[in-house]
Write a protein that binds this ligand. Structure first.
Ligand code: ADP
Ligand code: MG
Length: 247
């Protein structure tokens, strides 16, 4: 059987009267890129916040790399988080730091036994693989939106995560830059053997990056499968309209 790196069962989460997740079941298999689609406010970010222990579910189970996240104590949770590279929707680079300083930040905080030379080599390797080898001493203000996104992905990779979570990676980017980031997401999986969840409401991004799609509607996943399986014969009107709206 294929190995599961994330296993979600019957997950529920409400905020006051607002029921956001109403019994979510989902698996992420080792090595796959899984796209989570859903309109704005459907609970996509809440789902990944529960995954990394920033929010707690009301009931149900969220297992990541075999561990029930909600039961972990601080130390174990921090260790788990080091294995997850997550870039949040609005998590930007620090404007007052160079690219190198931005990239060093997670390393210096979490890995104590690297020499200066090892850190530099690691940063150069990652900048190279995101296609920005010359940017190490630049300030974020000297970079385009797409370049900043690339550096953000490189920074996320610096701790060798097993799982990558991309929250709306192409939001606010022009179509060409979107394509660029989509390619990067595919390339990262090949190069670093990560398993990924790509959260988006952009079907072009979904089609380009995902092995499987999962559509979050009204607090549950209504359709899970390949792009064709989910959209070519969509029975749920809302899944269909999602497609029609995008294309
Ligand atoms: P999206 O699918 O756009 O990422 P979110 O997961 O961010 O949506 O949010 C889902 C719903 O939950 C929204 O209505 C949002 O306002 C609400 N929500 C998210 N986080 C909180 C919170 N910490 N407290 C109260 N409501 C929240
Ligand atoms: Mg969101």
């Amino acid at each position: 059987m294929e190995e599961k790196v994330v296993e979600i069962r019957g997950l529920m989460k409400s905020f006051g009267d607002l029921d956001v997740l109403k019994g979510v079941d989902l698996d992420l298999y080792k090595g796959e890129n899984l796209v989570v689609l859903g309109k704005s406010g459907s609970g996509k970010s809440v789902l990944i916040k529960i995954m990394v222990g920033l929010l707690k579910q009301d009931s149900g189970s969220m297992k990541v790399l075999g561990q029930e996240v909600s039961t972990l104590r601080t130390k174990a949770l921090n260790e788990l988080r080091l294995k997850i590279g997550f870039s949040f929707q609005n998590s930007a680079l620090y404007d007052s730091m160079t690219v190198r300083e931005n990239m060093e930040f997670p390393l210096v905080r979490n890995v104590k036994n690297l020499t200066r030379g090892e850190i530099t080599r690691k940063i150069e390797e990652l900048l190279d693989s995101v296609g920005l080898p010359q940017s190490i001493n630049q300030m974020p203000s000297e970079l385009s939106g797409g370049q900043k996104k690339r550096i953000g992905v490189a920074r996320t990779l610096i701790l060798n995560p097993e799982i990558m979570l991309y929250d709306e990676p192409t939001a606010g980017l022009d179509p060409i830059t979107c394509m660029d980031i989509n390619n990067l997401i595919v390339q990262v999986r090949e190069q670093y053997n990560t398993s990924s969840i790509v959260i988006t409401h952009d079907l072009t991004c979904a089609k380009a990056t995902g092995d499987r799609m999962a559509v979050l509607l009204d607090g549950q996943f209504k359709a899970i499968g390949s792009f064709e399986e989910v959209f070519a014969h969509a029975e749920d009107e809302r899944v269909k309209s999602f497609y029609d709206y995008n294309f």
